[in-house]
Design a binder for this molecule. Structure first.
Ligand code: G3P
Ligand code: MG
Length: 243
């Protein structure tokens, strides 16, 4: 059965990558949570999608130009809705503590394709190992080099190569750089590709799947997982299809 992964939490209903978005995803019975990991100026892994602070915090600058203490002073809730005012950025460690006893898988996307975050793989890996959560962690990244770096860690079982670009050798390329799964943009979704991947034991995960039409398509192709901002709607449709 296709698993439903809440993309940046239940981000249609609460500020992306925030504790309220994660709480909601859990309440909506998502199977897992996808979130983006970057490093602050003082090398602390935090959950944040953009490299720039403009969209979420309304200020100039980049995530790696601010210390955690500085970022924690900023409000990332009120740009979404007044009722979330006071929501602050979440560290990876806070998220791990929150998720630890919940029946959720963790999909950690290392955001290092546009901005180089030195040692992001190692820092993230160490923290997850320290919290004994490696068995339910799925790593992913758009960076080919980072996929290969993750493949060097023996204990990491799930490495998704994220891509939005069409190419004939998509599956073999993913394997050649060390990925164990493909995480494709929904525009690349073809039943033929899903079948071929399944035949070769390669999980297919699709982002970002929000419309009813796409949700139906993904469930009917039986992809391994979907990343969605609306886990509640996905849950209803999946229930209907697998009835
Ligand atoms: O991990 C799936 C998806 O999150 C990749 O794209 O830009 O939403 O992080 P983006
Ligand atoms: Mg992401």
């Amino acid at each position: 059965m296709t698993s439903i992964i809440a993309h940046r939490g239940a981000s249609h209903y609460a500020p992306e990558n925030s504790i309220p978005a994660f709480e909601l995803a859990h309440e909506m019975k998502a199977d897992g949570i996808e979130t983006d990991v970057q490093l602050t100026k003082d090398n602390i892994p935090v959950l944040f999608h953009d490299e720039s602070l403009k969209r979420i915090f309304g200020i100039n600058g980049w995530i790696n130009q601010y210390t955690l203490l500085e970022l924690k002073q900023l409000d990332m809730g009120k740009s979404f809705h007044e009722k979330f005012a006071g929501t602050s950025i979440v560290t990876l460690e806070e998220f791990l503590v929150w998720v630890k006893d919940k029946p959720l898988t963790l999909h950690l996307e290392l955001k290092n394709n546009k901005m180089a975050h030195k040692n992001l793989e190692k820092i993230t890996y160490n923290l997850i190992a320290q919290h004994q959560l490696l068995d339910k962690t799925y790593f992913s990244t758009f960076s080919d080099a980072s996929v290969s770096c993750l493949a060097g860690f023996q204990e990491i079982a799930h490495i998704g190569w994220l891509t939005s670009r069409q190419r004939r050798d998509l599956l073999s390329y993913a394997l050649s750089i060390g990925a164990t799964a493909i995480h494709i943009k929904h525009t690349l979704l073809r039943q033929r590709l899903v079948k071929e991947a399944k035949k070769n034991g390669i999980p297919v995960r699709v982002y970002t799947v929000n419309s009813s039409r796409l949700l139906h398509r993904c469930f009917s192709y039986n992809v391994d997982s979907i990343f969605t901002n609306v886990p509640d709607q996905a849950f209803v449709i999946r229930k209907d299809i697998y009835r």
